[in-house]
Design a protein around this ligand. Structure first.
Ligand code: SF4
Length: 219
């Protein structure tokens, strides 16, 4: 419990990329990521940061006065203390909703019950590869580990990514395994209106997911 985690930053902003989009949220961004996506907008989280203990982080969350907290990165599940941090945040206040964003490469069964996972499935243009086995960009067994409250996100760079994502959603019946399937356009690569039109035409069970915090001019 007192072993520190390596923390890139903590901050308050609007949750922007899930069905919780629009709600004020306390963010804990952990240092380090095992992937290198071509569109990554948090490369500053790859290294550095400050060690903080779980009680320190819980105190910061409580002091924020918010009831929504998200642990993100980087990739939070590469730090062994993350499951304990998530449990401690749940215990900090009974009315809290605890989210964890993960790139999907690590076993999500370590996430405590009741915590909501927002899990990426990396598309081809991410450039991180989608092979199976150790070091893969996605652990395909995670599809069977999803809980009903979890959400799955595809970050779409181009039409080929969209077609691939639709195929994955349909072949694996992903919408039936979780709360929501999110399709997010990569800023500067796909216009939101184009992705919206593709979604409408395809009839895929997914929702358009824009980075609401950025649209609001926030980090
Ligand atoms: S998984 Fe996330 S943090 Fe890691 S490189 Fe990809 S976009 Fe960046």
């Amino acid at each position: 419990m007192n072993d520190p985690l390596q923390i890139c930053e903590t901050f308050v902003s609007i949750q922007g990329e899930s069905t919780f989009a629009g709600r004020p949220c306390f963010f804990i961004r952990l240092t380090g990521c095992n992937l290198r996506c071509s569109y990554c907008d948090t490369t500053y989280a790859f290294d550095g940061g400050t060690p903080k203990t779980i009680p320190q982080l819980v105190d910061e969350f409580r002091a924020s006065g918010l009831t929504l907290v998200e642990v993100t990165g980087g990739e939070p599940l590469i730090q062994s203390g993350t499951p304990a941090l998530l449990k401690a945040l749940q215990a900090a206040r009974p009315d809290a909703v605890v989210l964890v964003e993960t790139n999907g490469s690590r076993d999500i069964s370590v996430i405590p019950p009741g915590v909501i996972a927002i899990m990426d499935i990396k598309c081809p243009a991410s450039g991180v590869g989608r092979t199976s086995g150790a070091g893969a960009a996605f652990d395909w067994q995670n599809l069977e580990r999803l809980r009903p409250q979890d959400e799955v996100k595809f970050v779409i760079s181009d039409r080929a990514d969209f077609d691939w994502a639709v195929r994955m959603v349909n072949e694996h019946a992903i919408a039936s395994k979780c709360q929501a399937v999110l399709f997010s356009p990569v800023s500067g690569r796909v216009e939101p209106v184009a992705l919206a039109q593709w979604l409408l035409a395809s009839r895929v069970s997914a929702r358009l997911n824009l980075q609401l915090h950025k649209l609001a001019g926030l980090r």
